[in-house]
Design a binder for this molecule. Structure first.
Ligand code: PGA
Length: 252
């Protein structure tokens, strides 16, 4: 089953206007020269969306956000709705990142509601799952991801509007990466659960990204695995050269 590889940059809470516009322009120009088969996406913080959108103009690099609210509009001080993201030029939104689950107590049920709202607004969603170190050491990795997938992915998800990101919490920003075999084991399990939850055909087409200290030196071996369909990249997406080098590793 051929699935289009997605290389997505999660800029997290990083970047001011000038430097971010330059970063986006450099990524766009590198991607243009590369003629890659991968789909490329950058997800800056809200304050940079419009500037990055302008910097990406005329390129194939897509724009996404890192969170959204469940409602379309209303009395929710400090929140941003999926409709607003769409209006600002986003085509994707990352949901349920472990930093949001941890810092903002986002539950699977909330992630699912956000995903449903984002899909209804016409955005594509990247739903993140992943176990903590403690859970992995207890042998709970597959069960944790299974529970998160079952409860965070809405029934209206399809292979064209939803992407899953497996991000083991212990590998995020730590320099520790899951081995390609460990990651593949979880990815294959996630696909099995998606088949039960959605359908076999949807699961076989849905992309499952790996995230957690992906960098130019380990991207190739991870992306070679059968069920790894791209990367959600934090730290290494903040340097155009590193992000581009990861995109260059995409061979299919
Ligand atoms: P990292 O972050 O690449 O810096 O580990 C990945 C993520 O949290 O999406």
């Amino acid at each position: 089953m051929s699935r289009k590889i997605l290389i997505a940059g999660n800029w997290k809470m990083n970047g001011l206007l000038k430097e971010s516009s330059e970063l986006a322009k450099e990524i766009a120009s590198n991607v243009k020269k590369m003629d890659t088969k991968a789909e490329v996406l950058v997800c800056p913080p809200y304050t940079l969306l419009w500037t990055v959108k302008k910097a990406l103009r005329g390129s194939k690099v897509a724009l996404g956000a890192q969170n959204c609210h469940t409602e379309e509009k209303g009395a929710h001080t400090g929140d941003i709705s999926p409709v607003m993201l769409k209006d600002a030029g986003c085509s994707y939104v990352i949901l349920g990142h472990s930093e949001r689950r941890h810092d903002h107590h986002e539950t699977n049920a909330i992630v699912c509601q956000k995903a449903e709202a984002a899909l209804k607004a016409g955005l594509k969603v990247i739903i993140c799952v992943g176990e903590t170190l403690e859970e992995r050491e207890k042998g709970e990795a597959l069960n944790v991801c299974e529970r998160q997938i079952k409860a965070s992915v809405p029934a209206i998800s399809t292979a064209s509007n939803t992407v899953i990101a497996y991000e083991p919490v212990w590998a995020i920003g730590t320099g520790k990466t899951a081995t390609p075999q460990d990651a593949e084991e979880v990815h294959a399990h996630i696909r099995k659960i998606l088949a039960q939850k959605l359908s076999k055909s949807v699961a076989s087409k849905m992309r499952i990204l790996y995230g957690g200290s992906m960098k130019p030196s380990n991207a190739e071996e991870l992306l070679k695995m059968e069920d790894i369909d791209g990367g959600l990249i934090g730290g290494a997406s903040l340097k155009a050269a590193d992000f581009t080098a990861i995109i260059e590793k995409v061979k299919i």
